[in-house]
Design a protein around this ligand. Structure first.
Ligand code: CP
Length: 317
């Protein structure tokens, strides 16, 4: 049985079915008739991912257990492994985990009888974020083939950059990277261009926050970062007419993006957050179906849809 840990191993077909599921969840209301419990274990700060998982779980009719590491027995030295096994033992059906370790799931994945969903692993992976980004792009363009997508900013320390590049290139988009050379990840096999070139070619400009919390040495000082590497008003004016701006947020207004552009006409930043709820409903439903914790008769469709059944969409292989 597979946990939901990475987009690397997901086929193009599965990804597209998850985007279609997200669309179904946006259009129609579904709830589980079976009582199911989710625990959201966040060991790093989060606003969007944590609350949108909670919202997705509640919309599906699940009970949600929240968890605060600083008031848990982890303060007494308990490991992530034993914490997760405890939630399994008390009867939780699915675990949603964010942790600062790139490989937090490596051992745990072989020792749990309930599904885990990766809500962010160190600098390495943020699979539900790249799915919601893909969902937002697909809503806009209806395809990925040939789209020029620029990922801009602190690429080296960004799990969002790594997951998005892997997923969007798999779907046929052309990926470019830009940003301060000190943030370049030389292991990523995509052209590295200047921000001035980037704004001219991008259909999608995906901006990233500078992730000071993951910097080993002294943090970069930001005096001229915005002018040199950020999306300034002058650069935004040179973007293609149809081009859109994405950012996973939280946003450092005035650093990677001019504050006035966060809600400009071509920004889809808040739409990404909305889409996050529906993508997470799709991922939760897929995991619960695949692990046999729910079946198609236990998913109630509140208003009749004419589309493909949510079970067949979520269970595509
Ligand atoms: N985009 C994202 O992961 O935001 P949070 O850190 O607020 O969850």
């Amino acid at each position: 049985m597979n946990h939901f840990l990475s987009v690397e191993s997901m086929s193009k077909e599965v990804i597209m079915k998850l985007l279609q599921s997200s669309h179904q969840f946006r259009q129609h209301e579904y709830t589980f008739t079976k009582k199911l419990y989710a625990a959201n274990l966040f060991f790093e700060p989060s606003t969007r991912t944590k609350t949108s998982f909670t919202m997705a779980e509640k919309k599906l009719g699940m009970e949600t257990l929240e968890f605060t590491p600083t008031s848990s027995s982890m303060e007494k030295g308990e490991s992530l492994y034993d914490t997760a096994k405890t939630f399994e033992a008390i009867g939780v059906d699915v675990l949603v985990i964010r942790h600062q370790d790139d490989d937090w799931a490596k051992e745990l994945q072989h020792h749990l009888s309930i599904p885990m969903i990766n809500a962010g692993a160190g600098k390495k992976e943020h699979p539900t974020q790249c799915l919601l980004d893909a969902d937002t792009i697909y809503q806009e363009f209806g395809e990925f083939e040939g789209l020029q997508i620029v990922i801009a900013g602190d690429i080296m320390h960004s799990r969002v950059a790594h997951s998005n590049a892997a997923l969007l290139s798999k779907l046929g988009a052309q990926i470019y990277l830009t940003g301060a050379p000190v943030f370049r990840d030389h292991q990523m096999p995509y052209p590295f261009i200047s921000m001035d070139e980037a704004v001219e070619i991008a259909d999608v400009m995906m901006l990233l926050r500078i992730q000071h919390e993951r910097h080993q040495a002294q943090s970069m000082h930001l005096d001229d970062y915005h002018e040199r590497y950020g999306l300034t008003i002058a650069r935004e004016r040179r973007m293609k007419k149809h081009a859109i701006i994405l950012h996973p947020a939280p946003v450092n207004r005035g650093v990677e993006i001019d504050s006035s552009l966060v809600e400009c006409e071509r920004s889809r930043i808040f739409k990404q957050m909305t889409n996050g709820v529906f993508i997470r409903m799709a991922v939760l439903t897929r995991q619960l179906l695949q692990w046999g914790l729910i079946n198609e008769n236990q998913i109630n469709e509140c208003n009749e849809s004419t589309g493909q059944s949510i079970t067949s969409l979520c269970c595509a292989n």
